[in-house]
Design a protein around this ligand. Structure first.
Ligand code: UGA
Length: 444
């Protein structure tokens, strides 16, 4: 997140000097090469435009801190896997280390900007660490959460729905917020720059992701009702989403949400509610995650039911492993859960993905020989009983499905976990087609 964000700032603010630092020297090297460490459409051109003009990369973190007026911190804050709050609370060790590094290296006043997604009131804790030195420089902590999505990072940063900047309501706090507003003002219309208190800003980031995830869980819950009643979830989404108060986006039913943020941020909020003595509110949000896990399990249940109550020994070609198309990112991908459950049922799982196979191998290593990997979807489908589409990659929509069908064992099944394929065409070829939240097209 740090790289693309700062690169966009550098493009629009030529009179500022931006230095991106990281403890990982290989990453810093890669940012200055032809192969950037992350793939995002438009990012290559952006970095090429600004590199060594007013955008620099360095591993000398102390120097970068010393020379800066404003320090943006975007280190990762994963879910804690150990100790108190394990599985829910955010692991703040990298943030705290960074705060201590700032304290150690700084010789002048700094505005410290929280870019990472953090639990509410982190700014207060950081302020305390930063002022632990007693005398010397003043550090003003400002919250400026990032709302961009993977795959559209540059576009989202260039044209954000809003920029949120939270600071303390004191003269120093207001001045610090203003210094960050000054940067965004270079390209974001003033009405889209919102300034709030620090806690509102920190909480808004968690709430925005929780609301998006909640919409996905809601429509997925509706998909179960559709399957049971004969309604069609895409028709329901269309009808419901045309109400301007509801809106049409994020209403696509599927195998569930994934990615590095939704689950983490909701669980973070659940932990916050629990620690504030709000168990009912915690349960409300926990249910969004539970419904997401249920949807993946329900999908696997449908595969087993439809394939005559057993998938043991049957080859199932999984099309797509990334948590969404156009990324190799597999963090918390529903495909991890689906493949795990299919392997438990002793299916012979073949995973296919244009970008995510390296990550898939890593994620599924605990399953051993139960899973194999194949880049070519035609080869993956050879001798398969079923295809399970888990990521809506464009290339899987464009396959020659007659060729796929010819190479499969009959009856051939398609389980479309993203409602991405042409179901009627597949049915005419001879497949038995099972979408999510829609009636199956089957001859069985
Ligand atoms: C998400 C948010 O959309 C960003 O605003 C936020 O800044 C970011 O998290 C973050 O906190 O870093 P991202 O994780 O990149 O962005 O992915 P999304 O595009 O939001 O998709 C999340 C998941 O929901 C995917 O698995 C996608 O397939 C699923 N989804 C999305 C659905 O199943 N149905 C939908 O209608 C929409």
């Amino acid at each position: 997140m740090g790289g693309p964000t700062i690169a966009v700032m550098a493009r629009h603010c030529p009179e500022y000097r931006f230095v991106v630092t990281d403890v990982d020297a290989a990453k810093i090297q890669a940012w200055q090469s032809d192969r950037l460490p992350v793939y995002e459409p438009g990012l290559d051109e952006l970095v090429a435009q600004t590199l060594n003009r007013n955008l620099f990369f360095s591993t000398d973190i102390s120097r970068a801190i010393r020379e800066a007026d404003i320090v943006f911190v975007s280190v990762n804050t994963p879910t804690k896997t150990f100790g108190r709050g394990a599985g829910r609370a955010a692991d703040l060790q990298y943030w705290e280390k960074t705060a201590r590094h700032i304290l150690e290296a700084a010789t002048t006043d700094k505005v410290v900007v929280e870019k990472s997604t953090l639990p509410v009131r982190t700014a207060a804790a950081m302020g305390r660490i930063l002022h632990a030195g007693g005398d010397g420089a003043h550090f003003e902590v400002v919250s400026n959460p990032e709302f961009m999505a993977e795959g559209t990072a540059v576009e989202d940063l260039e044209k954000p729905d809003r920029v949120l900047i939270g600071g303390r309501n004191t003269p120093e706090g207001r001045a610090a917020v203003e210094s960050v507003v000054d940067i965004y003002r270079h390209w974001v219309p003033p009405e889209k720059i919102i300034t709030t208190g620090v806690w509102s800003s920190e909480l808004s980031k968690l709430v925005a992701n929780a609301f998006l995830a909640q919409r996905v869980s809601s429509i997925n819950a509706v998909s179960a009702i559709c399957e049971a009643t004969g309604a069609d979830v895409q028709e329901v989404s269309l009808a419901v989403g045309m109400d301007r108060r509801i809106g049409s986006r994020f209403l696509e039913a599927g195998v569930g949400f994934g990615g590095s943020c939704f689950r983490k941020d909701i669980l973070n909020m659940v932990y916050l509610c629990e620690s504030q003595g709000l168990p009912e509110v915690a349960n409300y949000w926990r249910q969004v995650v539970a419904a997401n896990d249920y949807q993946a399990a329900r999908f696997v249940g449908m595969i087993i039911d439809r394939m005559f109550n057993t998938v043991a020994g049957k080859r199932i070609a999984v099309f797509g492993f990334a948590f969404k198309p156009d990324t190799g990112d597999t963090r918390d991908s529903p495909a991890i859960r689906v493949c795990g459950q299919l392997a438990e049922e002793r299916a012979d799982v073949v995973v296919c993905d244009p970008e995510a196979l390296a990550n898939a191998r890593h994620d599924l290593a605990p399953l051993g020989d139960a899973v194999s990997f194949e880049e070519d979807p035609y080869r993956a489908a050879e001798g398969a009983h079923a295809i399970a589409l888990l990521t809506g990659w464009q290339q899987y929509r464009e396959l020659d499905y007659q060729r796929v069908f010819d190479a499969m064992i009959k009856p051939a099944f398609v389980f479309d976990g993203r409602n991405a394929l042409d179901h009627r065409q597949l049915f005419e070829i001879g497949f038995n087609v099972y979408p999510v939240g829609k009636q199956p097209l089957s001859r069985l």
